[in-house]
Design a protein around this ligand. Structure first.
Ligand code: ASC
Length: 153
């Protein structure tokens, strides 16, 4: 019974955290910017290790690919909470204002990316280079789509 109560509390807390407005999770807008950049940096580091295998720049290691893909799939859940109002920019790599004026489209792109990297994590477990290449390509396409539409070049 204690265990069940603890689980219920944990679930409720996690639900509450997800339901908080994104801005309320950070003390200052700069903290949100730092957070999302950090999440993307770690994600890109592990994604590009898979890319190196998919593109033949590194030899194929199924276990490493699966471990990297698992990290990417987990990290992909994090950065979007950091896109709080008032943090668009004009410098290279910063988000354009349309992230907020077209938020539904941005969120749909984020969801698509999360779905594709989740599929990549499944595909990577097959220990098959062709499957890895295909799933990597689909996932990379979702990164690029969002960069093309919402990121300053
Ligand atoms: C990467 C990485 C991205 C995507 C993107 C795909 O390895 O860091 O942002 O792939 O370049 O087009």
């Amino acid at each position: 019974m204690k265990m069940k109560q603890a689980l219920l509390t944990l679930t409720a807390t996690a639900g509450l955290l997800a339901a908080l407005p994104a801005a309320a999770q950070f003390q200052k807008p700069e903290d949100a910017v730092k957070y999302r950049k950090a999440a993307f940096t770690v994600m890109a580091t592990h994604f590009s290790r898979i890319g190196a295998m998919a593109q033949g720049r590194a030899s194929f290691d199924g276990a490493a690919a699966a471990a990297n893909a698992e990290i990417v799939a987990d990290l992909a859940k994090l950065p979007f909470a950091g896109f709080v109002e008032g943090t668009s920019g004009t410098e290279k790599g910063s988000p354009k204002a349309n992230v907020w004026s077209e938020r539904a489209k941005f969120d749909a792109g984020a969801k698509k990316m999360q779905d594709e990297v989740a599929k990549l994590a499944v595909a990577a477990k097959a220990n098959n280079l062709d499957q890895l290449k295909a799933a990597f390509g689909s996932a990379a396409q979702t990164c690029k789509a969002c960069h093309d539409d919402f990121r300053n070049p």
